[in-house]
Design a protein around this ligand. Structure first.
Ligand code: GDP
Ligand code: MG
Length: 604
């Protein structure tokens, strides 16, 4: 293949606008027979992706298309479609020259349509606007085209109208890819330069890297080197994705494919790295900012004996998702665990579900925390665990101030929900609230885009749920990092009979300390089993108690009867006791089954 007949593109879209369907449709010719007739979409492999209808891990596929008497090689680089994953989106876009901006003709422009459009635009990609689902009776193409014009300045004549489901217009899409997206520029005569944009681990062949060859050729048996690590490797296999791996003899300039090269550790495949021939100097291509964890949570086994197994499962799972950071953590209340950092809350939920599904792990996840900045006179420390947050701060103390991450948020809703959305945002400490109309309405009411800044901590708990329920499911939401801001935050601890339970500590805004404190002590009161004595449950900020409930003592006669009972029954009771002892946690003199934490932390 020469470069002129290669097109590297991706499909960018808001969730559910039909990306997977279109990818499968345009790939029908290359999908192996065994997949045809199954309902599974080939590009969305993981169970959680199917359940939630999102693409988590970018998948890539190549196809050959005949047009104008030529054979074209079209490389689709699939991008994940969610707010938390814009990092993955941007790294996969780095290997493309163009993108199909897919917009549902019944839904119109949504929050992620806008964010992915801007990422693609910044990368200088040729954007082809495509209206999907025009087979649906509710499709309103003229109105959505008007939205595309007003939001992105797109020319109405450039918009394609298709149905990924029926296949209507698919040919036009392929034709436009060939006509409008420029071919990659590269030369076989220049020394090898290949861009590493993704990797995964294969049990038998080790690390498999996805690469985009910019110049030169990669063949099986070649020696290659990494600009990043300076390590050298021998290529043991090269191939293309159809969408499953198909070995080939080489990868040429402009091509996208995979290589295996005796890399043992996933960490050796550095995303954004440039691969080259050993002893030939090349300038590395601009890489990526490393993913920034924005949400942290502790993960502990329900049965403390399972820690080693859990840690191993987490370690393996992080090999397939390198944007998760991991550290050991130990808690007096929960024992040994891991503190993990995620790109966002959805990312956290997906990881947790994968851990439960694929590794059968029984886990307790602590309340999510964002990374706070603690400002000392002479240094700034980032704190991602409430336990490490200072008890006191202020001009007179060692810690001068604390700062929290904030985001620029945008919400798109039908106008009748604008008031609800404003209320929700104000209740979450929103600032700079503004809105504008995307269109003037049609068969359904006009769409409005609301923008504001919000503390990240306010959206890591139940914000999405609230957003959906207060807009009857119509609101779409996206956010981007907007730095840090000084804030009046305090650390809240919970005490059982006067003893702090470390795993339950929280950082809250001072204005809501009472409210939050009361909510949590109520919750604790509900799930903590009664003891032989009365137990005060308290929420404290520093030395101040802000909320309290009292757990009354267990009535003594509950167990009394057992002791006079039948021998066997007594034995069974002792057995049960031994079993539950194992899982009991002692906080001061209060016994808590580990499961109670599960109940506390998993109920909203
Ligand atoms: P993704 O989240 O962007 O990957 O969206 P999917 O491809 O998973 O599609 C979301 C839903 O829309 C699925 O139920 C599809 O069957 C449906 N869908 C996708 N394209 C079309 C279309 O052209 N017409 C109709 N009627 N439904 C479609
Ligand atoms: Mg999908």
């Amino acid at each position: 293949f020469s470069c002129d007949v290669i097109r590297n593109f991706s499909i960018i879209a808001h969730i559910d606008h039909g990306k997977s369907t279109l990818a499968d449709r345009s790939l029908t010719g290359t999908i192996p027979r065994k997949h045809i007739g199954t309902n599974q979409q080939v590009l969305d492999k993981l169970k959680v992706e199917r359940e939630r209808g999102i693409t988590v891990k970018a998948q890539t596929a190549s196809m050959i298309h005949d047009a104008n008497g030529n054979k074209y090689l079209l490389n689709l680089i699939d991008t994940p479609g969610h707010v938390d994953f814009s990092w993955e989106v941007s790294r996969s876009l780095a290997a493309c020259q163009g993108a199909l901006l897919l917009v549902d003709a019944t839904q119109g422009v949504q929050a992620q349509s806008i964010s992915v459009f801007h990422i693609a635009k910044e990368r200088g990609l040729m954007i082809i606007p495509v209206l999907n689902k025009i087979d649906m009776p509710a499709a309103d193409p003229l109105r959505i085209i008007a939205q595309l014009q007003s939001t992105f300045g797109i020319d109405a004549d450039d918009v394609l109208q298709i149905s990924a489901k029926t296949g209507f217009g698919a040919e036009k899409v392929l034709q436009s890819i060939i006509e409008r997206i420029p071919p990659p520029s590269g030369s076989v005569h220049e020394p090898l330069k290949a861009f590493l944009f993704d990797s995964h681990y294969d049990q038998y062949r080790g690390v498999i890297s996805l690469v985009n060859v910019r110049h030169g050729v990669i063949r099986k048996g070649d020696k290659i080197a990494s600009c990043h690590t300076r390590k050298k490797y021998e290529v043991t296999e090269v191939g293309v994705l159809h969408p499953e791996e198909v070995p080939t003899t080489c990868l040429q300039p402009g091509q996208v494919g995979y290589i295996a090269c005796n890399m043992k550790e996933s960490s050796e495949a550095h995303i954004g790295d440039t691969l080259h021939q050993p002893n030939v100097h090349v300038d590395p291509m601009p890489g990526f900012q490393p993913a920034k964890a924005m949400v942290y949570a502790g993960i502990f086994p329900v049965d403390t004996n399972d820690f080693i197994k859990l840690e191993e499962s987490i370690r393996r799972l992080t090999l397939t998702d390198r944007s998760v950071t991991m550290q050991r953590e130990s808690s007096t209340a929960l024992g040994q665990g891991c503190r993990l950092g995620f790109l966002g809350t959805l990312h956290m939920d997906v990881f947790r579900q994968r851990l439960e599904d694929e590794y059968d792990a029984n886990i307790i996840v602590t309340a999510p925390t964002v990374p706070y900045r603690v400002i000392y006179k002479d240094k700034t420390v980032v704190v991602s665990n409430p336990t490490d947050f200072p008890d006191e701060w202020g001009p007179a103390s060692r810690v001068r101030a604390v700062e929290e991450p904030i985001v620029n948020a945008s919400i798109i809703v039908p106008e009748e929900y604008l008031g609800n959305m404003m209320d929700l945002c104000f209740s979450r400490r929103a600032q700079d609230v503004d809105h504008r109309y995307l269109d003037s309405g049609g068969s359904t009411s006009a769409r409005v885009m609301l923008t504001c800044t919000l503390p990240l901590s306010e959206i890591v708990t139940d914000f999405f749920d609230q957003l959906k329920s207060r807009s009857s499911g119509y609101a779409s939401f996206d956010y981007e990092d907007a730095g840090y801001k000084a804030s009046n935050l305090v650390k809240m601890t919970f005490l059982l009979n006067g003893k702090a339970v470390d795993a339950l500590a929280l950082i809250v805004h001072r204005s809501v300390e009472q409210e939050v404190g009361r909510m949590w002590v109520k919750k604790l009161h509900k799930v903590i089993p009664r003891q032989l004595f009365e137990v005060p449950i308290q929420a404290a900020v520093g030395k101040r108690i802000v909320a309290r409930e009292t757990l009354s003592a267990m009535r003594a006669d509950v167990t009394a009867g057992l002791y006079g009972g039948h021998y066997e029954r007594k034995l069974k009771h002792l057995e049960n006791q031994k079993e539950s002892k194992r899982r009991m946690k002692r906080i001061g003199n209060v016994d808590l089954p580990q499961d109670a934490f599960f109940d506390i932390l998993s109920t909203k």
